[in-house]
Design a protein around this ligand. Structure first.
Ligand SMILES: C[S@@+](CC[C@H](N)C(=O)[O-])C[C@H]1O[C@@H](n2cnc3c(N)ncnc32)[C@H](O)[C@@H]1O
Length: 513
């Protein structure tokens, strides 16, 4: 391979990176193995290229062959070659054999640079052996914390405990977050549930945010009985952002505070691990490293784990120090237990729940979603009770099948259901006038699939609703246009601009007079 000016190792690596595993192995590795120590040093990029190309394109047996070769290079007299081999391991699926070799090398490695590479590799592939060796190894705090998190992930996999009772509720602030515009409905849901459960009290309603406080010991199950919010965060405090050192110190102390420890202990099964999320600021790897290390020094039981963690600690931006909030990661969301399948244009689930609440109730409700997709709005409305039957229509046969399956999974007992693959206008002709008490829907908004006459479609929705709704019936839907109802019998009762994930729509409710 031809090396060009500039950084010759980088340039050679760029060229080698484009080769196949076979070309690399049969020609470049063979040449490297035959080369003199000086030539090997000049061609050290071969080692890096093997790590990357084999990890991306190699078969399992090719990877094993490459790992054996790389392990052999750990005994190379040249530090640079050993270092490149160390750096290649995490990518290529290293296991216990490689971990043992790296730990052996750690005992003799005396150059700082090589020890640093060993630490980084062990942070990624190290397990129990590394953890055992760590005390006498001189490895830093960061390596300890990362390896401890990897081991904990495997040995003590964790989950969120929904039924743990949090006793020290006094003064605790809980933030329910969601799409801007829905906060009024989220707040009303909390208020209404407070009336008969007496668990939470609304403190403040802001842009996309409802702050509430518990008024009694509570479980996460109590929080997740509320269906309209998007995410929940327990407020740990405010970040001090006067300078980096203060910021690190304040975040680490919030993460490890008695409040945080108690929340994490009450609501976690298994190891306690979290990831940090600087909302709207990207990865912030440097800051995360400093905060995670400091928090680990303060409390070695609380582990930062960027890979999979049951908790997220988010820092929401604010001039006077952002709010630091602890949120459970519940995927899938237990509130959507019925959601077996999805469609690409499915509604944002909390929005569907908000729409169902906004709709309110009528006795013996008959509900129709003309554009039902996967059926979220229908299930959300039926879950609130008082529904006799639901109808779902959609042009897509696949969506109809999914909606049927999701509805069945919701186990809504006696609620009758009928899903039909057809244009909503045709269904309206068959269902007859004044036969439905609620039309609830998220129509196509022309974002994913262009709709030739979207305004015309909305006008048709109004006229169809005006025909099928009983007097006192309601139309609840997301309207992409700020338009008045062309139907005089439909009176506007509610209109609110809502963030639909990058664009706004109007959430509207009309009453059939
Ligand atoms: C925004 S999606 C509905 C999403 C649904 N709420 C959910 O959560 O899955 C709109 C749906 O309208 C359907 N659709 C579009 N034009 C239609 C028409 N003329 N009649 C019935 N359905 C239609 C599309 O196939 C699509 O599934």
């Amino acid at each position: 391979m031809k090396k060009e000016d500039g950084n010759p190792t980088k340039e050679l690596y760029r060229q080698l990176r484009a080769l196949t595993c076979e070309q690399l192995w049969d020609e470049e590795v063979a040449r490297f193995n035959r080369a003199t120590p000086r030539e090997r040093m000049e061609n050290v990029a071969v080692v890096r290229a093997v790590g990357v190309v084999f990890s991306e394109a190699g078969t399992e047996s090719q990877k094993e062959t490459a790992r054996t070769w790389l392990r052999g290079l750990l005994n190379d007299p040249c530090e640079k070659i050993r270092r490149y081999a160390i750096g290649a391991f995490p990518k290529i699926g290293a296991g216990v054999d490689e971990e043992v070799e790296l730990l052996t090398l750690l005992k003799t490695a005396d150059e700082d640079r090589e020890r640093k590479f060993l630490s980084h590799a062990l942070e990624k592939i190290g397990g129990v052996r590394t953890l055992e060796a760590i005390e006498n190894s001189g490895l830093g705090l960061q390596t300890r914390q990362k390896v401890k998190a990897s081991v904990a992930r495997v040995e003590s996999p964790s989950g969120i405990r929904m039924d743990g009772v949090f006793p020290n509720f006094d003064g605790l602030k809980i933030h329910l977050r969601g799409r801007a515009g829905l906060e009024g409905i989220v707040g009303d849901e909390v208020k209404e549930s407070a009336a008969f459960r007496k668990t939470f009290r609304v403190e403040q309603v802001g842009h996309g945010l409802v702050a509430m406080t518990p008024v009694a010991p509570f479980t996460l199950g109590d929080v997740y009985r509320l269906r309209c919010f998007g995410t929940v965060g327990f407020v740990l405090g405010k970040a001090n952002n006067s300078n980096e050192r203060e910021m690190v110190e304040s975040l680490a102390s919030h993460i490890t505070s008695p409040l945080s420890r108690q929340l994490l202990k009450t609501f976690t099964d298994g190891s306690i691990r979290y990831r940090l999320n600087f909302v709207g600021k990207g990865h912030q790897r440097g800051a995360v490293r400093l905060i995670a290390n400091r928090a680990f020094a303060l409390c070695p039981e609380i582990l930062n784990d960027a890979r999979i963690a049951p908790w997220t600690i988010s820092i929401y931006p604010a001039e006077q120090g952002g709010s630091v909030e602890l949120s459970p990661k519940l995927v899938p969301d237990p509130r959507r237990y019925f959601r077996l399948q999805d469609i690409p244009a499915a509604s944002h689930p909390p929005l569907a729940a908000c729409m169902a609440r906004l709709a309110g109730m009528m006795a013996d409700e008959i509900v129709w979603d003309p554009f039902c997709g996967s059926g979220l709005e229908l299930v959300e409305r039926a879950l609130l009770g008082g529904v006799r039957s639901i109808y779902g229509t959609d042009l897509s046969a696949e969506a109809i099948a999914i909606a049927g399956r999701n509805f069945a999974a919701a186990q809504l007992g006696p609620v009758e259901s009928e899903f039909t693959c057809c244009d909503f206008r045709d269904f309206a002709r068959n269902v007859g006038s004044r036969s439905v008490s609620l039309v609830i829907t998220n129509p196509p908004l022309g974002k994913r699939v262009p709709i030739p006459d979207l305004r015309g479609l909305m006008e048709d929705l109004f006229s169809v609703a005006a025909v099928v709704l009983k007097p006192g019936g309601r139309l609840v839907f997301a309207n992409p246009f700020r338009m008045e109802s062309p139907e005089r019998s439909l009176k506007l009762q509610y209109r609110q601009k809502v963030d639909f994930g990058g664009f706004n729509c109007w959430l509207e409710k009309y009453l059939k007079t």
